[in-house]
Write a protein that binds this ligand. Structure first.
Ligand code: ATP
Ligand code: AH0
Length: 400
């Protein structure tokens, strides 16, 4: 037997697997690294988050990524090189971080790598019904496996689109097995660059499946405006927005974006929600460009109101819903205040109440997806014909 296959089989047969989950999200802020001990599989999965860190990208990397991410035109040579370069960079970040934690690479069973989404084009984006839903993540898994010497599973979203999904959100699959509660109705809300949620009605083994969807912009527009007008990367704690006033005329026009009217589940990205779109709305409606802090306040309010409206529009007959918030947006105090004001009757809490660092949630998600590929039977997902089928995600890269 090929020794790599035999090693893979050994990892598959273990009771607990040590998996490094990686997420590099739409904010392009850095690489989230979650060292997880994952036990069992399927609905019997449990995760112990051993260590977590976010390693920031340096300015060069961030600029090189921005140049080819969510843009209609990019140089293919740059995309090609970045696919390999990001794989190598992520590998080095993992090695450095394991070293910092005094963990030997030999003691890690697997790396679960999301990569970097450089374009997200579901049918609703490209608009051609005969063409498939498509999405593209770079940061090649073979480079990560080869440089770290650790088995790597990567490129999780392609199978989702191959089966008929939009390639996202994948969170619901894992939320269902880790966080569905016997008696508590839950919404798990993640406010990253883009915001998404999972509705989890109470009841283990509940016949009502979890519903998961993007709601629209999270921090992506706020970050873009802060970078442009304040030469900072984000609005720390929502302080800039606090000092501004909401421009209601602009806000109402922004909320007319067709994405918000589409039925759920749906997905999106910075391809639709970017600063150029905001400037177009201003000019098309002859609205004066607001003062920078008023613009940040208006974009923060857009995120709060569109998330709240997505939650109000969810179809369910559950009451006493607890909303647990993860992702970087949970640190934006004004955003959280507005969210609470717009969601009376919901209990809004930090995700850490569920025992997990809110910044680590997405990296843990990919560790669990890889765990299922290694040792489980797959996740139930509706295929093209709306039939539920068991699906495994990700591509396996051996170190040698
Ligand atoms: N203290 C803070 N105050 C305000 N905003 C913050 C704070 N810390 C982080 N953020 C916001 O969170 C963002 C990063 O969030 P996160 O890492 O969850 O996003 P992501 O994973 O890149 O995106 P996605 O989930 O869409 O892929 C930052 O770009 C910033 O806008
Ligand atoms: C195509 C893509 O990378 N989508 C991301 C993005 O970031 C947040 C939101 O948009 C979500 O749909 C998804 O990530 C999370 C981890 C998911 O798949 O659940």
């Amino acid at each position: 037997m090929n020794p790599s296959i035999s090693k893979l089989s050994g990892i598959s047969g273990k009771k607990t697997r040590r998996i490094v989950g990686l997420m590099s999200g739409t904010s392009l802020d850095g690489l989230d690294i979650a060292l997880c001990d994952v036990t069992g599989s399927g609905t019997d999965t449990s995760v112990d988050l051993v260590r977590f860190d976010t390693i920031s990208y340096d300015r060069n990397t961030r600029e090189a990524l921005s140049e080819i991410t969510s843009v209609e035109q990019a140089e293919l040579e740059k995309v090609c090189i970045m696919n390999a370069r990001l794989g190598e960079l992520h590998a080095q970040m993992i090695l450095d971080t394991l070293d910092k934690w005094s963990i030997k690479p030999l003691d890690v069973d697997c790396i679960a790598s999301h990569g970097q989404t450089i374009f997200h084009a579901p049918k609703s984006k490209h608009g051609v019904n005969d063409l498939p839903n498509a999405t593209l993540q770079i940061g090649d898994g073979d480079h990560i496996a080869s440089k770290t010497g650790i088995l790597t599973i990567s490129d999780f979203r392609q199978k989702h689109t191959a089966v008929g999904g939009e390639g996202a959100p994948m969170a619901g699959l894992v939320d269902e097995i880790l966080f569905r509660h016997a008696h508590e109705n839950r919404i798990l809300l993640n406010i990253g660059g883009i915001a998404n949620l999972t509705l989890l009605p109470a009841g283990k083994g509940n016949h009502r499946p979890a519903m998961t969807t993007d709601t629209g912009p999270g921090n992506t527009l706020i970050d873009a405006a802060v970078r442009k007008y304040f030469a900072r990367n984000y609005d720390k704690d929502g302080e800039i927005a606090q000092s501004g006033k909401v421009d209601r005329t602009l806000l109402n026009k922004l909320k007319e974006h067709p994405f918000f009217k589409r039925s759920i589940p749906k997905t999106t990205g910075p391809e639709l929600f970017n600063l150029a779109w905001v400037l177009e709305i201003l000019s098309a409606n002859q609205i004066a460009i607001p003062e920078p802090e008023d613009l940040i306040a208006t974009l923060t309010r857009l995120t709060a109101e569109t998330i709240a409206e997505a939650i109000h529009n969810l179809e369910h007959d559950d009451d006493n819903i607890q909303v647990y918030v993860s992702g970087g947006g949970v640190h934006n105090k004004l955003l959280m205040k507005w969210l609470k004001e717009h969601l009376p009757g919901y209990w809004i809490q930090n995700f850490k109440k569920l025992g997990l660092d809110p910044d680590a949630k997405e990296a843990v998600l990919f560790a669990v997806l890889a765990n299922e590929t290694l040792a489980g039977e797959g996740f139930r997902l509706e295929n093209h014909s709306k039939q539920l089928q068991k699906v495994n995600f990700g591509k396996i890269s051996f170190p040698k």
